[in-house]
Design a binder for this molecule. Structure first.
Ligand code: DXP
Ligand SMILES: NCC(=O)COP(=O)(O)O
Length: 244
């Protein structure tokens, strides 16, 4: 069975915020994406609200509430108090905890495996208690996979920028082998396997062969593709690439 596509709509909000109004509408984008058959929506509401704002997350949660049994909502972010309060309020299917470095343009790394298990473990336990699946954003590194299992996560999200870079350099198969080893280890430890960052129509068909892949969250390249072919067609293209 093909992995689920979760479309990250951050960049719709980036375009909207550029002019300060409500065009393009994030909610209209969500409706179009869901109508095109994507079974997941992802947002990464950053502390500086450069794109997705707390109000967007609330509006998306309300929009998806009637569809809860077929469309998953995934909120990504660092475990800062306001984000955890948002997750507690909105109860998305999944929260993906991502390390954030001050001033980063975008995510640049996964959680280091020497991150305090006690501190993050308490956050994971709190979210699990709310019925929210927790995924931890990590590198394709066995030590990081074992760390995520020790912290109590239900899933990992493999940070795929290194794969995308390797693919562009003609070394995609070798990189995929490293990711596959991490996915196999995660599966053996009872962890689900998500993946995301810099996946696109060129590198996704090969990556979709990853064993045990549950979900791919894709935003920047998909929304960019939509500028040329339309959003519904972009979603269809990514669903097809993920099913290859
Ligand atoms: C965790 C991840 O890889 C994405 O959520 C990424 O952080 C998107 O953030 P931007 O859309 O701000 O680049
Ligand atoms: N978790 C990855 C994500 O949500 C989207 O990343 P990108 O496709 O915008 O690089």
């Amino acid at each position: 069975m093909a992995a689920r596509l979760s479309v990250n709509v951050n960049k719709v909000a980036t375009l909207r915020n550029a002019r300060g109004g409500d065009v393009p509408s994030v909610i209209e984008a969500v409706r179009t994406i869901v109508a095109a058959g994507a079974p997941g929506i992802t947002v990464h509401p950053r502390a500086d609200e450069r794109h997705i704002r707390a109000a967007d997350a609330r509006a998306i949660a309300a929009e998806l509430a009637p569809l809860r049994d077929r469309v998953e909502f995934n909120i990504e972010g660092d475990p800062r108090p306001d984000l955890l309060a948002m997750v507690e309020e909105l109860r998305p299917h999944q929260c993906t905890l991502v390390p954030v470095r001050p001033g980063e343009i975008t995510s640049q790394a996964g959680w280091p495996p020497d991150t305090s298990r006690a501190e993050l473990g308490a956050v994971v336990a709190r979210l699990h208690k709310l019925g929210v699946r927790v995924s931890l954003f990590i590198e394709a590194d066995p030590a990081a996979v074992r760390w995520a299992a020790d912290v109590g996560a239900q899933r990992i999200e493999l940070y795929t920028e290194p794969y995308a870079r390797a693919f562009a350099a003609g070394a995609g198969a070798a990189s995929l082998a490293q990711f596959a080893a991490a996915a196999e280890l995660a599966h053996s430890l009872g962890l689900g396997v998500n993946a995301g960052h810099d996946l696109d129509l060129d590198n996704l068909p090969l990556f979709s062969r990853l064993p045990h892949l549950d979900e791919a969250s894709i935003g920047h390249a998909l929304i960019s593709h939509a500028l040329f072919v339309g959003l519904a067609r972009a979603v269809a293209d990514y669903l097809a690439a993920l099913a290859e």
